[in-house]
Design a protein around this ligand. Structure first.
Ligand SMILES: Cc1ncc(COP(=O)(O)O)c(C=O)c1O
Length: 460
């Protein structure tokens, strides 16, 4: 008898932790339990997650931007259903699919200086393709990326990541990869001057590094250096693209620069089918796919599958229909304005910054002796614990989901769906204000919570 999958899920409701403990990733379960964020989610719709106990959570994590149009958007779901029931030819080896051609045409209209698209299934795959194309097209070996960068965890991508947390234990990496400080065009220039660099790969705005904004003139200077030294500029907008930075579809459009290759992922999928895209100059494609017998010289079985192509197409429809680019700009400006006073009000808040709906609250050591005692106690165990003092009560008491920036444990990153409302922003800021006030009471307040967390972390 065929399985009634939804029935199966209902029968097994609540077993996910036990199953993952045994068969998937027990460490994930440990971490969720440690921070008290092990809710039994049963539904996701729009800007909210719902758990079995009937609580709802405003999602300001969105898996680093995947859910920019919200969870399970009905237009994407309907489009996927339509594609599934149409019995279209799919991922044939000897074919050029219409759907991928249409999607490529639509994407390239948003970046008219670029001429070809390579589709992938994940962000890391797009990064892999980018560095490989750069080497293939230039014949040069080296890849310059940035300290603090995150580009994914497959070997090529990991070789360009600029943080030890991800790399520890996995050396040796792809030869010829070097990281220079972000915002330091002179350092980029010194590497390029050696004449052997295939590409400079950077996130237009650093996401997991802690929302690192490029200084004015940085990207144009890097683009100019790349041009002079015959290297390509590859911008990774897997996290910060597709309207996240507000106003424009692509983040680079804010910074007076045009990349030779542009990497998209996450939000492009509408959160419902895996997809990424590498948009490149025609010249790069022609140099790599240089003869007819090299027509699949870089390719993958599922790369242009119908569900991914349709999900991306429908997601772009939602951006147009719901005017998400203006929303992300307006709401982003409002959110930042409302968050900025927290920097003056609370000594633990060292900075508040952002672009569009990519926002960061950076914590740091307090000035007052009283709070310094608490800070030192928890920092000795784990730097990330201070931020948990904010993240956990926001989640537990206010139904708001935020997270640390990937490997910058002092930064709380806020990435809501792009249609977040003013009322929701007000609720977040007022809740943050309350939680921060509690975190400035020592002893007591939220410090007890993290000291207990530290104790449990050491016991694990
Ligand atoms: C900037 C950036 N590049 C690449 C990736 C890798 O994407 P994926 O996890 O889909 O492989 C990510 C994922 O977080 C990212 O943020």
């Amino acid at each position: 008898m065929p399985t009634d999958l939804l029935g199966l899920l209902r029968q097994n409701q609540g077993r996910q932790f036990e199953l993952h403990d045994r068969h998937v990733n027990p460490r994930m379960r440990e971490m969720l339990r440690l921070v008290g964020m092990d809710a039994d989610y049963v539904r996701a719709a729009g800007r909210y997650l719902y758990d079995a106990a009937g609580r709802r959570f405003l999602d300001l994590v969105t898996h680093s931007g995947v859910f920019s149009i919200g969870h399970n958007h009905p237009h994407v779901a309907q489009t996927l259903k339509a594609v599934l029931s149409a019995e279209l030819p799919n991922i044939l080896l000897m074919d050029c699919s219409l759907l991928s051609g249409l999607l490529a045409e639509r994407l390239l209209k948003t970046a008219p200086h670029l001429g070809k698209v390579y589709f992938g299934n994940s962000g890391a795959e797009a990064v892999e393709a980018g560095v490989k194309m750069a080497r293939g097209a230039t014949g040069k070996p080296r890849i310059v990326s940035f300290v603090g960068a995150y580009h994914g965890l497959t070997y090529g991508a990991l070789s360009t990541v600029g943080h030890e947390m991800w790399r520890e234990g996995f050396a040796p990496f792809l030869p010829g990869c070097v990281q220079v400080p972000f915002n330091d065009a002179d350092a980029v220039g010194r590497e390029l001057a050696r004449g052997d660099v295939a590409c400079v790969l950077g996130e237009t705005i650093q996401g997991d590094g802690g929302v690192g904004l490029p200084e004015p003139g940085f990207w144009p200077a890097v683009a100019d250096l790349c041009r002079r030294h015959g290297a390509y500029l590859v911008l990774d907008e897997i996290q910060v693209g597709l309207g996240r930075a507000g106003g424009h579809l692509h983040a680079y459009q804010h910074y007076g620069v045009e990349p030779d290759m542009l990497l998209l992922g996450k939000a492009l999928s509408g959160g419902q089918a895996a997809v990424s895209a590498l948009l490149m100059r025609d010249e790069i494609f022609s140099r790599v796919f240089s003869r007819v017998d090299r027509c699949v010289i870089h390719s993958g079985t599922f790369c242009e599958n119908n569900l991914s192509m349709a999900a991306a197409w429908a997601t772009l429809d939602v951006y147009d229909d719901e005017d998400l680019l203006s929303k992300s700009e307006q709401q982003g400006r409002y959110f930042l304005e409302r968050l900025l006073p927290l920097r003056e009000k609370y000594e633990l808040v060292h900075d508040v910054r952002g672009k569009g709906l990519l926002l960061a609250i950076e914590l740091g050591p307090p000035r007052s002796l009283r709070l310094q005692m608490g800070w030192r106690t928890i920092a000795a165990v784990n730097e990330g614990l201070a931020a948990q003092m904010i993240i956990v009560p926001l989640y537990r008491d206010h139904g708001i989901l935020v997270e640390l920036a990937g490997h910058n444990f002092r930064v709380i990153k806020i990435m809501p769906p792009l249609d977040i409302s003013r009322e929701e922003i007000d609720h977040v800021v007022e809740s943050l204000d309350r939680v921060l006030a509690e975190s400035h009471r020592f002893p007591g307040g939220n410090w007890g919570l993290v000291v207990e967390m530290a104790r449990r972390a050491m016991a694990v």
